[in-house]
Design a protein around this ligand. Structure first.
Ligand code: LLP
Length: 411
């Protein structure tokens, strides 16, 4: 995004024009940023056969998924619905990895019938898989590496107390089930967490997976999940993917030499690919001065962007209607009947009622975590691609809200 002659532009298109055309609140995505991020990460592991599987839980729009498919990406799907969205948006089944957590066995059967790859993360499920399929389909097994990493406890998934994966201390049980049924283990998986602050966590988890890998003879890939930290605020720490990539590539190569075969290295990025490519535009409904603070109340809330309330996440906010205005401190709050505070004491260019604010990093886990809370409708999504804007999801209507509701006249 750039500021030119008082106008904020996304790939050359004025944000104000987009708001005028599509209304607000509005999610705006920049495909050029997605492509840049994809290529940057893909090229960060010199000499290694790498596959990136876009974690579509971060942004589940079919146009976005199709874009990543055309860039050569695979797909990380966590529900049968994400698998089917992936197939609809053009991914071939072998490029889709179904990696759910704690689901009923029928979901794996559905995924197998759809022809996609599966990751199992529980001993009882592994047993059931062995009984049902034996050596008919290869599987990937998710290991819990016992490494604490992640920007917030709610998004740290690789520590000992986490529900995810099979503990690496249970390796003997895994091996015994695998041998009992002749299960073909084609991959090992782990995911330490999201927004990993300490690069050492990646290294520790990688080492845990390398040592586990020697228990399996037929591996084709190791999947290191994700956790690349993107900057959310000016001057924020971000994972240096080139530096990390060269460290991981070297250790992976050493591992492959010892293992005796060149394996593929898979990552499943969500945030890295789409966080910075997304913007949420909202109108300032009210400016309220109280003895405590000046509130800017916008026409969106935790129903559209829950990250600040859920993870205390910082999202940078720009007043696109008054870029030159003097800066003041504001509490930016949503319109939901709860305390949905986006920012406290935030310095923003003078805000007037009717101004438009732009929330940055609104690509990953924003629309995809949205809801109809308070009976509110979800915004439209627009993709800016090669200097042209495309509507990629219509704004919800009242009809959408009542579509599945049944009003039963109870006796
Ligand atoms: N792979 C697995 C197995 C995952 O569970 C996740 C994220 C990813 C990959 C992608 O991680 P990423 O590249 O986006 O860090 N809603 C939270 C993030 C939850 C992440 C859940 N799993 C947030 O808004 O911060």
């Amino acid at each position: 995004m750039e500021l030119k002659d008082g106008q904020y532009l996304i790939d050359g298109i004025s944000v104000n024009d987009l708001i005028e055309k599509y209304g607000s609140p509005l999610f705006i995505y920049d495909s050029s940023r997605m492509k840049l991020q994809y290529q940057r990460l893909f090229n960060a592991f010199p000499g290694i056969h790498v596959q990136l599987n876009f974690a579509c839980k971060s942004m589940g729009n079919r146009t976005v998924m199709n874009l990543f498919n055309r860039l050569g990406s695979g797909l990380d799907a966590v529900s049968p619905q994400e698998v089917r969205l992936g197939l609809l948006s053009g991914f071939s089944p072998d490029k889709i990895m179904f990696t759910p957590s704690g689901v009923e066995f029928e979901e794996f059967e559905e995924a197998i019938n759809l022809g996609v790859r599966i990751t199992l993360d529980n001993l009882s499920v592994l047993e059931q898989f062995g009984q049902t399929y034996g050596s008919s389909f290869p599987v990937c097994i998710r290991i819990n590496p016992h490494v604490m990493g992640g920007g917030h406890i709610k998004i740290s998934t690789g520590h000992k107390g986490s529900k995810f994966g099979i503990s690496l201390e249970q390796i003997d049980q895994i091996v015994s089930i695998v041998e009992k049924y002749g299960i073909i283990v084609e991959g090992l998986h782990m995911h330490t967490g999201s927004d990993i602050l300490d690069p050492e966590a990646f290294v520790l988890s990688a080492n845990a997976l390398y040592s586990t890998a020697f228990h399996f003879k037929n591996l084709k890939f190791l999947d290191f999940g994700s956790g690349f930290k993107v900057p959310y605020k000016p001057g924020d720490y971000a994972t240096d993917v080139e530096l990390l990539g060269s460290v991981i590539a070297e250790s992976f190569q050493t591992f492959c030499n010892e293992y005796g075969r060149e394996l593929m290295l898979i990552f499943e990025p969500g945030k890295f690919l789409v966080s910075q490519a997304g913007y949420l535009a909202a109108r300032v409904n009210v400016v309220k001065k109280t003895p405590a603070a000046v509130f800017a109340g916008v026409n969106t809330g935790l129903n559209h962007l829950i990250r600040p309330m859920f993870y205390d996440a910082y999202h940078h906010i720009v007043n696109i209607s008054n870029p030159e205005g003097e800066k003041h401190k504001y509490n930016v709050v949503g319109y939901i009947c709860e305390t949905d505070t986006f920012a406290t004491d935030r310095e923003i260019n003078d805000i007037r009622e009717g101004d438009y604010l732009l929330f940055l990093n609104a690509g990953a886990y924003c629309f995809s975590m949205s809801s109809n809370y308070n009976g509110r409708l979800r915004p439209a999504e627009v993709m800016v691609h090669q200097g042209i804007d495309y509507l990629i999801r219509e704004r919800e209507t009242f009809e959408d809200l009542i579509k599945k509701q049944l009003q039963v006249d109870l006796p």
